[in-house]
Design a protein around this ligand. Structure first.
Ligand code: PGA
Length: 211
């Protein structure tokens, strides 16, 4: 059986209190054939460290230094082994371009972080060093309208022609449709936004994906 990734992405959601409530009702049964990861806001990294595998959702393009408001890769590495880079919300709202994103990947790799890199079509460049790619069509993110499993599989297959790592599908994945994506040959897991915010829903999603 192939190894599968189920990655939650809380985006800019949850206070420490809400994160503690989520953790208290989440039923985590890590197995060898799948890896669960949770992308959390920076302030929750120390709180959730050691409770389950976590990822940061962004990283500074610079090393530590005089860059007010930035979090450097070495600071993330104290608490997490993963970082999500290039999410379409970073590209759109914060104008992160390919050059900046490749600098972020470089900083992450220097600090020995593993990188999940988001792209919205098969033609977008993927910097050297990226460990996992997430294919997320823009129109499917947060809309309730996911890509079809067949089309997502075809795009992931196209990406696999030039990127030799694992590929996730993301965009309106739910506990109801997760299995249809996981079952595709070229899809190695899912990146889940909205449906990861409720711990019961996320627990069910993992159950449906893995049983
Ligand atoms: P969604 O978000 O599951 O809410 O569509 C996915 C993502 O943005 O990673």
């Amino acid at each position: 059986m192939k190894k599968m990734y189920i990655v939650g992405n809380w985006k800019s959601n949850k206070t420490a209190q809400e994160a503690n409530e989520w953790i208290s009702t989440f039923q985590n049964r890590q197995e060898t054939f799948y890896q669960i990861l949770l992308g959390v806001p920076f302030q929750l990294l120390p709180l959730l460290h050691g409770k389950l595998p976590i990822a940061a959702q962004n990283v500074s393009p610079f090393v530590e230094g005089a860059y007010t408001g930035e979090i450097a890769a070495s600071q993330i590495k104290e608490f997490a082994d993963w970082v999500i880079i290039g999410h379409s919300e970073r590209r759109n709202y914060f104008k992160e371009d390919d050059l900046m994103l490749s600098q972020k990947v470089m900083r992450a790799k220097e600090a020995h972080l593993s990188v999940i890199y988001c792209i919205s079509d098969a033609q977008m460049p993927i910097p050297k060093g990226v460990d996992i790619v997430a294919y997320e069509p823009l129109w499917a993110i947060g809309t309730g309208k996911s890509d079809t499993p067949q089309n997502a599989n075809a795009v992931c297959q196209q990406i696999k022609n030039h990127f030799f790592g694992d590929i996730l599908y993301g965009g309106s994945v739910t506990e109801e449709n997760v299995r249809s994506f996981i079952d595709q040959d070229a899809i190695d897991g899912v990146l889940v936004g909205g449906a990861s915010l409720d711990s019961k829903k996320f627990t069910n999603l993992i159950k449906n994906a893995t049983s």
